[in-house]
Design a protein around this ligand. Structure first.
Ligand code: FAD
Length: 375
């Protein structure tokens, strides 16, 4: 009998748990630990902020779906892991103390390192949690004129909501006849080409931004914020009346200081999703040390690979699956369309780009599918 512990009830942890439950016989014990029983479908948070869906469409209770699949669920905070002792320290929750494991899947996502931007806590809005998206939605409702600034701080690894929310604001203002009174600006620490990894994709997005009179300011690293201005490392001052800023990301602190992470606390893994030097430890999702943006479809694919290899390891077999790092996303609301991009991040193959209504629809169908199959 193997005790398999999965940390994190997001895309990575849930898919790993479900796959393992399907692949392992009943004698093995599968336990998922997460700080909340709610699964959050993050890609829908822009729609939530703009009043296009309800809170109940975005977050739903995981516990029953897990128990139905014979996965034990513990609602608690993970403080740290010890891969040498094979224990996890759990605090503040249904269970406290140390849990032992035979195999561990680490899927605690990323940490928002807001402390790295002076003034972020006091002056910035973002939409990376349900509460913050609702709060930002309230600010949008009262915003009528001036300058709206959207952007990523250095170290942020999530371009999609920046573009989606700037297009959504442009559309909302057009519908209300207030577009003329608002300047919309996107600030990026890099260029469109390096954000999307492809010149053709960058050209498509640049044209869509120009069509909606959204200005794009590249190579600006926001260092600090005041009540109404973002200050960059080169001393530029970008005034705003409305601000949505993705803060810097870091890996989860629960894996720090045990020699398995890079300097930003992201966990080193190989293409089997195993942590080198710790053959019973796997990591998946936003927490891993792979280049490029942090995305849900990557977490899902990594979880499938980790589950297949962990199940094989329990049976005494070599890894059977390898992860290939690719980026795929849909930016909703580009005109009436969705902009789809697919790019292999480990080869020089050009990206696939397409723009039409189907992609926005497909993104919503994917959300409904998740809700129906996991709630
Ligand atoms: C606004 C927004 C829009 C996005 N749009 C897209 C998109 O269009 N397409 C796309 O592919 N991706 C998108 N993403 C990214 C995607 O949501 C993430 O990549 C994905 O959620 C990562 O999954 P994960 O399982 O690694 O981490 P998470 O989903 O963050 O899950 C981590 C889990 O661990 C729990 N947890 C964390 N720390 C602890 C702890 N110490 N103790 C206990 N539990 C803990 C959390 O509560 C959570 O349940 C978007 C994200 C946001 C915020």
């Amino acid at each position: 009998m193997a005790r398999v512990l999965i940390l994190g009830g997001g895309f990575g942890g849930v898919v790993a748990a479900e796959r393992l439950a399907a692949q392992l016989s009943d004698e093995h014990q599968i336990t998922l630990v997460s700080r909340s029983r709610n699964f959050v479908f993050y890609p829908a948070l822009v729609r939530l902020a703009f009043g296009k869906c309800e809170q109940s469409d975005v977050a739903f209770d995981l516990r029953h779906a897990m128990l139905n699949r014979r996965i034990n669920f513990i609602e608690a905070e993970v403080a740290r892991i010890d891969p040498f002792e094979r224990t996890v320290t759990i605090a503040h929750g249904e269970v406290e103390g140390k849990l032992g494991y035979d195999y561990l899947v680490f899927a605690l996502g990323r940490r928002l390192a807001t402390e790295r931007i002076h003034g972020f806590y006091e002056h910035a809005q973002h939409l990376l949690t349900v509460d913050k998206a609702i709060k930002f939605g309230k600010a949008i409702k009262t915003f009528k004129e001036g300058r709206a600034v959207f952007g990523q701080c250095p170290g942020a690894r999530l371009p999609v909501p920046v573009y989606e929310s700037s297009f959504a604001l442009a559309r909302l203002l057009e519908e209300k006849g207030q577009r003329e009174s608002v300047r919309i600006t996107i600030v990026s620490p890099t260029t469109l080409e390096s954000e999307l990894g492809d010149a053709a994709a960058a050209a498509t997005l640049r044209k869509a931004l120009a069509d909606h009179e959204i200005e794009f300011l590249p190579n600006l690293s926001i260092e600090s914020l005041t009540e109404n201005a973002a200050i960059t490392s080169s001393g530029d001052r970008i005034n705003f009346n409305l601000l949505m800023l993705v803060p810097p990301f870091r890996g989860s602190s629960a894996a720090a200081y045990v020699g398995i992470t890079n300097a930003e606390d992201y966990i080193n893994v190989d293409s089997t999703m195993r942590v080198p030097g710790h053959e019973r430890l796997y990591a998946v999702g936003d927490c891993v040390n792979f280049e490029g943006p942090k995305m849900g479809h990557m977490a899902v694919r990594q979880a499938e690979v980790a589950a297949a290899n962990l199940a094989a390891a329990i049976e005494g077999h070599e890894p059977v699956s390898h992860y290939q790092h690719e980026m795929r996303f849909v930016i909703e609301g580009v005109g009436g369309d969705g902009l789809y991009l697919r790019k292999d991040l480990w080869t020089d193959e050009p990206a696939t780009v397409s723009q039409n209504r189907f992609w926005s629809w497909a993104k919503r169908v994917q959300q409904r599918y998740w809700e129906h199959s996991h709630s």
